[in-house]
Design a protein around this ligand. Structure first.
Ligand code: AMP
Length: 249
């Protein structure tokens, strides 16, 4: 069984992002980019399934600019067998990515598609769900545990106030939550090995997908600055301020 793992190149989670002065978006020039952390968890899970002998091939796919190749090489250093870059300079919104992935699902016929639950740049949390709808596949989002057998997969999900376990027939779409696993460190020998693995490049047109944006970003702004705090003398003064100044009690 093949597993397809979509990985997004995003601003590294340690970078403090800055809004562009014209409020059209976030400045990503000369900023460290990395694989979306939830996608690292997705690659790790797919590789563990392969190591258990339940999966034969792990294919990483990334949609975006040529530099996404670096993200795909990282996925292959974790253990993905090969990679596909859907190369475009166009702005890609979740629906466009889901359509590109649907085209690849039709082509590659994976038994499982494991995505991150959300990309930490736009925080959309939409692509997996849209892909499941477009491909008419069962989906389990926010996976905390994945148990795969020959023709079905059991997924434990993190839901408000507890855990929910679902049984899905294959092929199926899964999105990863933070606690699914802890991705391994990428070692130098594996980085070297990853350089020799197969990386194919296609264009959205080759897949017959129109990636034109459907949503327009009107404005991006910094969050309001927090005012400085003060020290109060005692509990009575705190209660008085909460009541009369902050008006929260
Ligand atoms: P989002 O819906 O944008 O929050 O993204 C959810 C997941 O979809 C990510 O964690 C990735 O697994 C996948 N994804 C989103 N955008 C891309 C992209 N450009 N290339 C590959 N995978 C993507």
């Amino acid at each position: 069984m093949k597993v397809l793992v979509p990985v997004k190149r995003v601003v590294d989670y340690n970078v403090k992002v800055r809004v562009k002065s014209d409020n059209t978006g976030v400045d990503i020039a000369n900023v460290k980019m990395s694989m979306n952390p939830f996608d690292e968890i997705a690659v790790e899970e797919a590789v563990r399934l392969k190591e258990k002998g339940l999966v034969t091939e792990v294919i990483a796919v990334s949609c975006g600019v040529a530099q996404c190749q670096e993200t795909l090489r990282t996925a292959m250093a974790i253990g993905a067998d090969r990679a596909i870059l859907v190369e475009t300079d166009a702005e890609l919104q979740p629906l466009a990515v889901a359509k590109l992935l649907k085209a690849l699902v039709d082509k590659e016929q994976p038994g499982l598609i494991i995505l991150g639950k959300q990309a930490i740049d736009d925080d959309a949390n939409q692509t997996g769900q849209m892909l499941a709808a477009l491909a008419d596949l069962p989906q389990a989002t926010f996976a905390n545990k994945v148990e795969l057998s020959a023709d079905k997969v059991s997924v434990t999900r993190e839901v408000d106030g507890g855990l929910e376990t679902l049984a899905l027939t294959l092929p199926a779409v899964i999105t990863t939550d933070l606690r699914l696993n802890e991705p391994r460190y990428v070692t130098l020998p594996n980085i070297m090995k990853a350089k020799k693995k197969q990386l194919d490049t296609v264009k959205p047109e080759d897949l017959g997908v129109d990636v034109a944006p459907r949503l327009k970003t009107l404005k991006v702004t910094e969050p309001a600055k927090r005012g400085a705090g003060i020290k109060v003398a005692d509990v009575a003064a705190l209660v008085e301020k909460l009541k009369n100044e902050a008006k929260v009690i």
